[in-house]
Design a protein around this ligand. Structure first.
Ligand code: PMP
Length: 407
C-alpha cells in the first residue's frame, strides 16, 4: 500500500500502542467512535494550557486568541464540506444535536398537521426520534423508505412515497449499521421537486466519503466530530443561508441575541443565532486538527484504502462457517455487519475482546433496521485509516476459532 504510510499513521494514535487483555489492541469499533491522533489531543491541551478564555465577547488577548481559534475551525470546516459561506456552519454537540436543532427550529415553525416527513428504514435512532416527536406534536406523518435485502433503498420507492405534502426528507448518507452509501443527491433532487427540504445525516460519511454540500445541494447536513478523529461533544450543522435565516432559534440564552429587554428580544445573525451559551470551545478548537488530519491524508486516499481493506474483510470473513452478512450494497463504506449461526453476537463480542479485538454487537441504534431483518442485532466490524489487513486476518482466524469452539 504505497499511497498510505500505515506504520506512520498508527504511530499518530497513542491509544493503539496499548495491550488489551494482554493482546495488542485491534480497534474495529470506528463506527461508534474513532480514535484521536496526537495532533487532536495536543490541540485540546494547548487550548487549556495556553489560551482558555470565553469567546466572542472578551476584549483581552486570551479571549481574542480563543475566538480566533474557534472561528478558524468554522472556516476549516466550511472548506471541508465546501459550504458557500462560513456562516452556514453552526457548531453543535454532534449529529444528534444537529438533527434536533432542525426538528425544533425548522420543524416547529414550518410543519403543520397532515404534512409528511420522509426518512429511510436504515436510520440511526437520532434521525428517527426527533422527527417522531415533531410529528406527534404537530399531527404530521412519518413515512419510511423501505430497505431491501442488500441493505439498499431505491429511488423508485422514494418517488412513490414523496408527494406535495412531504415537507422534510432526511436520509443517512452512509449507514452506520450496514455501510450502505445512499443516493442522497438524487433523493434531494426529488425532495426539491416537491418543495421539501433535504437533510443529510452525515455522521458515518464525513471521514469516509467525499462531501460537497453545494454539489449535493442539500439544505441541511449534520455530522459529529468524534467519528472523524475529533473530540466527543463537537459537531456541526450545515444549513443553507436563506433557510437558516427564516428559522426560529433553537435555544435561548447568551450569544444568540442582539438586544434583550423584558419587552422584546431580537436575535443575533446566523450562525450565532443557533449557538446559545458558552460552547464546547476546547473540543471545537481541536476539531480543526481532526479536519486537517483528514486533509493531510487526503480523502481520496482514505476512501481507496478503506475500500481496499473492506473488500479484504468481506473476502476473509466469508470463510467463516455459518456467517451471514447484512449490507452488501455495491457502494458502501468500511462497515461489515454479520451474524454467525448458533453463536449469539454478544458471545462473539466477548470472545473477541479476550483476544484484544474491539467490535460492536447489538442493534447499533438502528432497531427498526434490525426488525426488518428479523434479528436482535449483528456483530459489526468498522474500519478506519489505522486498521490493517493483518488485523482483519486476525479477526477472521479468531472467528473461525470461536465457531470451532461452539460446534
Ligand atoms: N447517525 C449516524 C449514522 C451515526 O452513526 C451516529 C453515531 N453513531 C449518529 C447519527 C448520532 O451521532 P452522535 O451520537 O454523535 O450525535
Amino acid at each position: 500500500d504505497t499511497y498510505f504510510d500505515i506504520k506512520k499513521i498508527r504511530t499518530d494514535f497513542p491509544i493503539l500502542q496499548q495491550k488489551v487483555n494482554g493482546k495488542p489492541l485491534v480497534y474495529f469499533d470506528n463506527a461508534a467512535t474513532t480514535q484521536k491522533p496526537q495532533q487532536v489531543i495536543d490541540a485540546i491541551n494547548k487550548y487549556y494550557e495556553g489560551y482558555n478564555a470565553n469567546i466572542h465577547r472578551g476584549l483581552h488577548s486570551l479571549a481574542e486568541k480563543a475566538t480566533t481559534a474557534f472561528e478558524e475551525t468554522r472556516l476549516t470546516f466550511q472548506k471541508f464540506i465546501n459550504a458557500a459561506e462560513s456562516e452556514e456552519v453552526i457548531f453543535t454537540k454532534g449529529t444528534t444535536d444537529s438533527i434536533n436543532l432542525v426538528a425544533t427550529a425548522y420543524g416547529r415553525k414550518f410543519i403543520k398537521a397532515s404534512d409528511e416527513i420522509l426518512i429511510s428504514g436504515m436510520e440511526h435512532h437520532s434521525n428517527i426520534v426527533p422527527w417522531q416527536m415533531l410529528c406527534e406534536e404537530k399531527g404530521a406523518k412519518l413515512k419510511v423508505i423501505p430497505v431491501d435485502e442488500k441493505g439498499e433503498i431505491s429511488l423508485d420507492d422514494v418517488k412513490s412515497l414523496i408527494n406535495k405534502n412531504t415537507k422534510i426528507v432526511s436520509v443517512v448518507f452512509a449507514s452506520n449499521s450496514l455501510g450502505t452509501v445512499n443516493p442522497v443527491k438524487e433523493i434531494g433532487q426529488l425532495a426539491h421537486k416537491f418543495g421539501a427540504v433535504m437533510m443529510i445525516d452525515g455522521a458515518q460519511a464525513a471521514s469516509h466519503c467525499k462531501v460537497d454540500v453545494q454539489d449535493l445541494d442539500c439544505d441541511f447536513f449534520a455530522t459529529s466530530g468524534h467519528k472523524m478523529y475529533g473530540p466527543t461533544g463537537s459537531g456541526i450543522l450545515y444549513g443553507k443561508r436563506e433557510i437558516l435565516e427564516k428559522m426560529n432559534p433553537y435555544q435561548g440564552g447568551g450569544e444568540m441575541i442582539k438586544d434583550v429587554s423584558f419587552e422584546k428580544t431580537t436575535y443575533n445573525d446566523i450562525p450565532y443565532k443557533f449557538e446559545a451559551g458558552t460552547p464546547n470551545i476546547a473540543d471545537i478548537v481541536a476539531l480543526k486538527s481532526a479536519v486537517e488530519y483528514i486533509n493531510q491524508l487526503g480523502k481520496e486516499n482514505i476512501v481507496q484504502y478503506e475500500n481496499d481493506i473492506t473488500a479484504h474483510a468481506h473476502k476473509r470473513l466469508a470463510e467463516v462457517p455459518g456467517i451471514h452478512f447484512y449490507g452488501t450494497a455495491t457502494n458502501k463504506v468500511s462497515v461489515v455487519s454479520f451474524t454467525i449461526d448458533n453463536v449469539h453476537p454478544y458471545d462473539v463480542g466477548m470472545m473477541l475482546d479476550a483476544k484484544g479485538i474491539a467490535v460492536r454487537t447489538g442493534h447499533h441504534c438502528t432497531q427498526p433496521l434490525m426488525d426488518h431483518y428479523g434479528i436482535d442485532g449483528t456483530i459489526r466490524a468498522s474500519f478506519s485509516v489505522y486498521n490493517t489487513k493483518e488485523e482483519i486476518d486476525f479477526l477472521a482466524d479468531s472467528l473461525k476459532d470461536i465457531v470451532a469452539k461452539f460446534s
